[in-house]
Design a protein around this ligand. Structure first.
Ligand code: BES
Ligand code: MN
Ligand code: ZN
Length: 513
């Protein structure tokens, strides 16, 4: 991953491949051209104060996502200036929005793929801004090249360019504790988030439940996290009918991974539960062609939970966190669960499986009940659960459902503070009866309308009495099928990781809503 440093070097003498500066939109009312953002003063001076005009001539407007490259002024050691759009200027007296900085840094880092070193001279007002730029750089520079002929080195020119190797952040205070801490936090979060992206992008023939569990085991060992893996035998002994039922058709058996991070100073216990379907073919209710090509992403919830627990451990957060990864592969075969089968779940409830493609709720049900047994202060599950949530919120926003209004708001706030788009969704009681089953306690399908909420209502039945719970449906934002934008690459995005880490920080501060 890109190496990060905080630097106080003066821009003209900096040895780097490029200097990154910010450019914002001028006021629309005055039909003004682009505005050079603070941080770029030295560059502007070298242009005799005419940098904004030069950028305008080159077609720059300051819009978000825009990249304008120009040769550095003479006398500069770096050959290139990269001006990146920040969008609208902030209100007088306040600095740029952290998310605008994060996105701009990500766009610039991606535009500089193939370069060795870049210096980022973006407008920082405080340590949090430095953290945002650091996050943007590390997340934006990400690329997944493990399966390319040259491993992404770009050496043979076949597969594009290697990620930006080194980034110096200017305008920060390298010796200031708050700045150092912000960059350290950003590094831990981004490294683990990028690892979640790697797991999501890894093809399902190489990442089955057993392989995922092995990755979790190794990371847990490295970071002093207690880990327990229940294999098929243990799941059978324990009565985990949901996880076993979903995994029954696959040649690769299911697993339930429990990660326990504990702090001696913890006052709160947060449980995180992730849907980890390493491939979702739909099972006997097979998905049609066109709907299964990206279904390696169906373990994104488990990847997010895994990344968040490891990041929390690296940051030494003063909170106890238990992560549950419900891992299975949903395949059709002679041993697969059939539509019409009844499963006896870990909670003891019976479920009539009407559609084997509604498998996520089955593995989550067992993990939610397992998590509930420890009576945590709150449980959050994360899942690529329903196509219906994508129809409702599009592919950049996740839905938040909960059995507690204050907690749903706390999760929403944590997401906003992290720069992750999300929206609160209801759990309408009238949708519950659509899951009534003639044979079992509940069916795994209900009304088609409001399908994301129906899934949420199903999960709620498997949360222990009196336990605060929220459910994040990340089916939309988990996997980016379009081109990269901001600090979000194509493919696995690492959706929800930053929200979970922020929530863990809030829990450490005793504030869970
Ligand atoms: N993994 C899918 C949901 C999904 C769809 C995630 C598209 C990401 C992109 C889930 O297991 C599923 O198949 N859900 C069904 C439920 C239905 C059968 C009740 C759906 O949403 O169609
Ligand atoms: Mn499915
Ligand atoms: Zn699924």
């Amino acid at each position: 991953m890109t190496a990060l440093t905080l630097s106080t070097a003066a821009v003209p003498g900096l040895r780097a491949d490029a200097i990154v500066i910010g450019v914002a939109k001028g006021s629309a009312a005055k039909a003004a051209g682009p505005v050079v953002a603070p941080g770029a003063e030295a560059v502007d001076q070298a242009f005799d104060g005419g940098l904004a005009g030069v950028l305008e001539t080159l077609g720059a407007s300051g819009a978000e996502g825009e990249v304008t490259k120009l040769p550095a002024p003479s006398g500069f050691k770096a050959p290139l200036v990269v001006a990146v759009g920040l969008g609208a200027q902030p209100q007088k007296g306040s600095g740029y929005d952290a998310e605008a900085l994060r996105k701009a840094a990500g766009v610039a880092a991606r535009a500089l793929a193939g370069s060795k070193k870049a210096a980022f001279a973006l407008p920082l007002t405080d340590a949090a801004d430095a953290g945002a730029v650091a996050e943007g750089v590390l997340l934006g520079a990400y690329s997944f090249d493990a399966y390319k002929a040259d491993g992404g080195s770009g050496k043979n020119g076949k597969n594009g360019k290697a990620p930006l190797a080194e980034a110096a952040l200017l305008g920060g205070k390298p010796r200031d504790k708050a700045f150092k801490a912000a960059v350290e936090r950003a590094t831990a979060v981004a490294e683990e988030l990028n690892r979640a992206r790697d797991l999501i992008n890894t093809p399902p023939n190489d990442l089955d439940p057993e392989a995922f569990a092995a990755v979790a085991q190794a990371a847990a060992k490295e970071h002093g996290i207690k880990v327990q893996v229940l294999d098929e035998k243990a799941l059978t002994k324990g009565g985990y009918g949901g996880i076993l039922g979903v995994g029954a058709g696959s040649a690769s058996g299911p697993r339930l991974v429990k990660l326990s991070y504990t702090s001696s100073k913890a006052k709160k216990h947060l449980a995180l539960v992730g849907k980890g379907i390493t491939y979702d073919s739909g099972g006997i209710s097979l998905k049609p062609a066109g709907h299964n090509e990206t279904m390696k992403c169906d373990m994104s919830g488990a990847a997010a939970v895994f990344a968040a627990v490891v990041a929390a451990a690296r940051l030494g957060l003063e909170v106890n966190i238990t992560g549950w990864l419900a891992l299975a592969e949903n395949m059709p075969s002679g041993s697969a669960t059939r539509p019409g089968d009844v499963l006896r779940m870990y909670s003891g409830k019976t479920v009539e499986v009407l559609n084997t493609d509604a498998e996520g709720r089955l593995v989550l049900a067992d993990a939610l009940w397992a998590a509930s047994q420890e009576k945590p202060d709150a449980i959050v599950d994360v899942a690529t659960l329903t196509g219906a949530m994508m129809l409702a919120l599009g592919n950049r926003t996740f839905g938040i459902m909960a059995n507690d209004d204050a907690f749903r708001s706390a999760v929403h706030e944590a997401a906003e503070e992290s720069g992750e788009p999300s929206w609160p969704m209801p759990l309408p009681e009238h949708l519950r009866k659509g899951m009534d089953s003639a044979t079992a306690d509940i069916a795994n399908m209900g009304e088609r309308m409001g399908g994301g909420l129906v899934a949420g209502l199903f999960l709620r039945e498997f949360v222990g009495e009196g336990i605060t719970w929220a459910h994040l449906d990340i089916a939309g934002p988990a996997f980016n099928e379009g081109g990269p934008f901001g600090y979000t690459p194509k493919g696995g995005t690492g959706s929800a990781v930053r929200t979970l880490v922020r929530l863990a920080e809030r829990a450490a501060a005793g504030d869970l809503g």
